[in-house]
Design a protein around this ligand. Structure first.
Ligand SMILES: *Cc1c(COP(=O)(O)O)cnc(C)c1O
Length: 387
């Protein structure tokens, strides 16, 4: 049990595994720079801590979705003014002056936003750095091919005036993680991105930083690497799609382990129901352990009855419905009648599987979701400990 907190559960984040994963991903293409995607509190791992560690491991670019996250990250990285922070979500009336003051790299999809950035840059007296966003087939942010020309015209005007520096061009792949089926769509996106880069070049933007790939593009589409790759889920040691390649086969190490100390162990008789709805009834006299984490902490309730925890290499099935703040596990019996685990003993909810615990992929399978949501959902109530 890791001490130092009164909360009877914790996410243990292994920063040496982060370094290993970064090195592993760099091997995909040593000519491509890394942008560490640390949005959503670094997928639940702790935004500033992960960014600081990645800085130490040589990463210079950081990506967060929301402008508010970018401002917060900049504040958390004082002392590292060289860190580049890229952001792509903000409302039409967002405070762009603050964004420019925070020295962010800002994604722009249309001429209107670019004009607003120009006024903000004038007001602040500082050049705004812009990455042009292209919608090559994601149907999310970005200019569609037929809207690229007006965007480039606005970009030329603004950069001639010096209020805005166009530094990058980027897009996002929708199906690069898929097995088979998504390939045509991905190649179509690639070709559209290439055309957009060419169009920008013809307008004089010859030195743009081009970025298209997130983890799956980096892992599975060498032709989509360009200058910069956005390292997301794979950096946290999880596969973008276990059906395409397992975490182990990618030689990645999950960097988060979630563990909890049993707050209670008690004996219940055969026939006694457990949790809301009485969906599980003890088939024999047994010991029940209470794990002090629930869906308020981000433990996916859909996994109820389909998952397990582990301690000392032993697996204990989770039984009954997962509650808001706790859930129960069936500890079973020992030959001498003693409880298999004692109150206060630590069980692992997820990790790298080395102690028999489930992985985030196992949870995702049990809850019919993706590993991304399992780690990202972990609530701020749960302390993070960095080793
Ligand atoms: C979340 C996100 C990423 C990271 O994706 P992973 O699949 O986790 O690697 C990269 N780029 C954009 C635009 C994103 O929204």
């Amino acid at each position: 049990m890791v001490m130092g907190t009164d909360f009877p559960a914790r996410a243990v984040i292994d920063l040496s595994a982060l370094e290993k994963n970064l090195n592993q991903l760099r091997k995909c293409d040593s000519n491509v720079s890394a942008m560490a995607i640390v949005k959503a509190n670094a997928y639940g791992h702790g935004g500033v801590q992960i960014a600081r560690a990645a800085l130490e491991f040589g990463v210079k670019w950081f990506g967060v979705a929301q402008l508010a996250e970018a401002i917060e990250l900049r504040a958390g990285l004082t002392g590292f003014p060289q860190a580049r922070i890229f952001t792509w979500i903000f409302s039409p009336d967002a405070d762009l002056e603050t964004a420019i003051k925070a020295d962010l790299d800002i994604a722009v999809s249309n001429p209107e936003t670019l004009l607003r950035l120009v006024s903000a840059a004038r007001a602040v007296g500082k050049t705004a750095r812009v990455h042009l966003t292209i919608d090559t087939g994601m149907g999310r942010e970005g200019a569609l091919p037929d809207k690229l020309s007006p965007l480039l015209s606005a970009a030329q005007l603004a950069s001639d005036e010096g209020t805005v520096e166009i530094v990058g061009i980027w897009s996002h792949l929708a199906r690069a993680d898929e097995v088979g089926a998504g390939q045509d769509a991905t190649l179509r996106q690639l070709s559209r991105f290439g055309q957009s880069c060419k169009a920008a070049e013809q307008r004089g933007f010859t030195r743009l930083i081009r970025h298209l790939s997130a983890s799956s593009g980096l892992l599975w589409y060498p032709q989509a690497h360009f200058d910069l790759a956005r390292y997301g889920i794979a950096m946290y040691g999880l596969t973008p799609n276990p059906a395409r390649a397992t975490t182990a086969s990618l030689q990645l190490t999950p960097i988060m382990r979630l563990e909890a100390d049993l707050i209670s162990v008690k004996r219940i008789p055969a026939g006694h129901p457990v949790s809301y709805g009485g969906t599980w009834v003890a088939p024999r006299d047994t010991y029940i352990g209470i794990v002090p984490l629930g869906y308020a902490d981000g433990i996916d309730r859909h996994a109820s009855g389909k998952i397990w925890v582990a301690a000392n290499g032993q697996k204990y099935p989770q039984v009954g419905r997962i509650c808001m703040d706790q859930f129960m596990v069936d500890l079973g019996n020992t030959p001498d009648g003693q409880p298999p685990l004692k109150p206060g003993e630590t069980v692992r909810l997820w990790g790298d599987g080395s102690q028999g615990e489930p992985t985030a992929d196992d949870w995702a399978g049990a809850a019919d979701t993706i590993n991304y949501t399992i780690v990202t959902a972990l609530n701020s109530r749960v302390p993070r400990i960095y080793i």
